[in-house]
Ligand binder design. Structure first.
Ligand SMILES: [Zn+2]
Length: 694
């Protein structure tokens, strides 16, 4: 095992690197500059933290947000790494102490804000052995980027002051121009550019079109119920929208936190802290919420309204599922939002760009092909296969000849002299005597009530489709009245046929139980785990979090808890093999978790094995000469393994071999294979090696 791999296991408790991480680490450790483009949640921080631990001296990490620094430092300290943050929130004597520790070489990682760093350069040059620089959120250096910060531009001087020290620039968003600009501004020398895939396969993608408020609330309540005691964000377009949503949820006994720009800074910090520390689980927020939050276990992100661009949308859903576990995202899409956003775009300084961005967002919502493909193509990645984790893939749209439906709608629009908005058009089609209909005398039209057999919600959805297919357009400058396009006239006069997609509202009909089976939520992976034990583990995590006054996910991630619930380790050694539990966490909290698990199982704590698992080549170890181990220990170890893995030490059958080969080809991890085949992970790896598969 090489050093980086060792650190990954012993410090972070992970078995394997995520794509590109290892290449980046090796490159930086060998003393080169690099630019890393990785999506939020792609595992950026490991790329500079591991080199920081491998290289001699202190790594300086530039980060623009104090809250983000705090979170990162907390997480590092929880893994036993000497890290600190130097910023304006600290008292001067705290900063002095930090300086002292840097000079003594006690710290491995120092987080610092860009403006602070510039002032500290002479001190760093004179007294500190700097190992590397990591510039996080590096797009802030570019005026082309969406988040330009003037103090970042001066970071170019770093190269003059420290010509030999490697600089690693990292960002989650950068188009071509921004990328080139980062390299130029930071004066990176012959940097290698690492671009990781922007795909986040653990985020499910789902769009619900033309939902009435009642159905929307019902859907949201279902999601919240499915994720009891788990965190989620509901994004709304306006401050008023967040307040209404929170009030609505309150009626159903759900107390959601509120977050928007109208609150004081203090109130905002409080809500954010409550959310991070799991005092509140649901947040109703405007897009102001989320910058600087590194909470790894957000299990769903709902967009109550259409976002203004795919960039914002992807950034917002990207806040979910950073731990890599299944996470739901749902976007509600309706005509009113489209009209409101179009108005914002018209009034914005950059009309054409913003209208174009909104159009792309609309295309995403109306997509008839895999939605992930649309997103990845938008970010310049070509993807030609279907993801299987979006609503289009799961429920491919069915089409039918909708000529008559389209003609009815077009005729109603024409007969109202193209002076009606979509609500009024729906009223005419439905034959509803609304005040607006009566006031304008529209109930005398020939088409009045011609579409009575279709629900108002479905008419809304058909009108959205007609808009997207170019049969109608909205005159945004004329009270958003609907107009018939030349293409629409072709259909109206029977010269062209119109295809429509069948409207699926399955989720409103199926029972909750069935839904649960269909959706890949986090509890699916818990099938084999013990839900009761999981809840107990979660409680213990919360207790510890409160004791040490840190967020629960800093103690252990959700994925680690799941791993514990599945593996049920009954001693520290086995606990150390669970996901995300490094040496430090094992020593800090291991005993308490092991005791809880033993209590839950009603068993005694198993003895710790004499030697680490890697030294016991399974399953052949049995016949091998045993050195430095007495037989009693090995027997008790075997017994313990037998208890944990029913098939441990039984010979492999041909059938089992072919199952193993099949499941491995399907991409199952060693851990999953061990679970399914009820064998120890070591035994699985050794069998795979024997079969020449790995
Ligand atoms: Zn898909």
């Amino acid at each position: 095992m090489d050093k980086a791999q060792q650190i990954l296991k012993s410090v972070y408790g992970y078995d394997s690197f995520r794509p590109l991480q290892k290449e980046i680490i090796d490159y930086v450790v060998s003393g080169h500059d690099a630019l890393v483009l990785m999506p939020t949640g792609g595992g950026k921080s490991v790329c500079y933290q591991i080199p920081a631990l491998m290289l001699e001296g202190v790594a300086i990490v530039v980060s623009p947000l104090i809250s983000l620094m705090k979170d990162q430092v907390d997480a590092l300290q929880a893994n036993g790494i000497a890290a600190e943050a130097m910023n304006s929130n600290n008292d001067e004597h705290v900063n002095r102490a930090i300086r002292e520790r840097c000079q003594q070489g006690e710290l491995k990682i120092l987080y610092i804000s860009p403006e602070r760093l510039l002032g500290e350069i002479p001190w760093l040059q004179q007294y500190v052995h700097v190992s590397m620089f990591a510039i996080d959120e590096a797009h802030c250096v570019s005026q082309w980027g969406h988040d330009f910060r003037p103090e970042y531009t001066q970071l170019g001087t770093l190269k003059d002051s420290f010509p030999r020290i490697p600089i690693l620039a990292l960002t989650a968003t950068a188009d071509k121009t921004t990328k080139a600009d980062i390299i130029e501004q930071l004066r990176l020398s012959e940097p290698r550019v690492f671009i990781s895939s922007f795909d986040r396969p653990n985020l499910s993608l789902d769009v619900r079109k033309a939902y009435r408020k009642r159905d929307r609330i019902r859907t949201i309540l279902e999601i919240i119920a499915r994720h009891k005691n788990e965190s989620g964000i509901i994004y709304c377009l306006s401050r008023k929208g967040t307040e209404e949503m929170a009030a609505e949820l309150k009626q159903y006994g759900i107390s959601a936190g509120l977050y928007h720009a109208g609150l004081s800074a203090q109130e905002r910090t409080q809500v954010q802290d409550d959310f991070i520390n799991d005092h509140i689980h649901v947040i109703c927020a405007t897009i102001a919420f989320g910058m600087g939050i590194d909470k790894s276990n957000i299990r769903y992100v709902i967009h109550n309204n259409l976002p203004k661009s795919i960039e914002s949308f992807y950034q917002e859903i990207g806040r979910g599922g950073r731990d890599g576990l299944p996470t739901e995202t749902i976007l509600f899409y309706n005509l009113q939002d489209l009209i409101t956003l179009r108005k914002f775009a018209e009034e914005s300084g950059q009309r054409d760009i913003n209208i174009e961005k909104l159009k792309r967002m609309q295309e995403y919502a109306e997509s008839q092909v895999c939605r992930r493909r649309i997103l990845l193509n938008y970010f310049g990645e070509t993807s030609d296969c279907s993801c299987g984790n979006c609503d289009v893939c799961k429920n491919p749209p069915q089409h039918f000849d909708g000529t008559i439906i389209v003609q009815k709608a077009l005729s109603a629009i024409k007969r109202a002299d193209e002076q009606a908005g979509f609500t009024l058009v729906t009223d005419i089609l439905k034959g509803s005597m609304s005040p607006a209909v009566v006031a304008k005398g529209l109930h005398t039209l020939k088409t009045f009530g011609a579409g009575r057999d279709i629900t108002a919600g479905d008419w809304h959805a058909y009108l959205l489709q007609m808009l997207h297919r170019g049969y109608i357009e909205i005159a945004y400058n004329e009270d958003s009245h609907i107009k018939v396009t030349p293409l629409g006239e072709e259909v109206l006069f029977g010269r062209k046929q119109a295809e429509l997609a069948v409207i699926v509202r399955e989720d409103l009909r199926v029972t909750k139980r069935k839904r649960h089976e269909q959706l890949p939520d986090s509890s699916d992976q818990m099938q084999t785990a013990d839900q009761q034990l999981f809840e107990k583990l979660r409680e213990l995590r919360l207790t510890i979090a409160r004791e040490i006054k840190k967020p629960a996910y800093i103690v252990l991630s959700d994925k680690s808890l799941q791993s514990l619930a599945m593996m049920k380790p009954t001693n520290l050694f086995l606990l150390g093999n669970c996901f995300g539990i490094g040496e430090h966490k094992k020593n800090q909290y291991g005993d308490r978790f092991v005791e809880l698990i033993c209590r839950h199982l009603g068993v005694e704590r198993s003895p710790e094995p004499f030697e680490p698992i890697e030294d016991l080549p399974f399953p052949d170890a049995i016949d091998a000469p045993i050195e430095n181990r007495n037989s009693k220990n090995v027997l008790s170890y075997m017994h313990q393994q037998k208890q944990l893995h029913a098939n441990a030490y039984t010979p492999w059958s041909d059938e089992e071999d072919s199952t193993l080969r099949f499941l491995h080809r399907q991409g199952k991890t060693i851990k999953e294979l061990a679970l399914i085949l009820q064998r120890n992970e070591g035994s699985i790896s050794s069998r795979l090696r024997k079969m020449g598969i790995i």
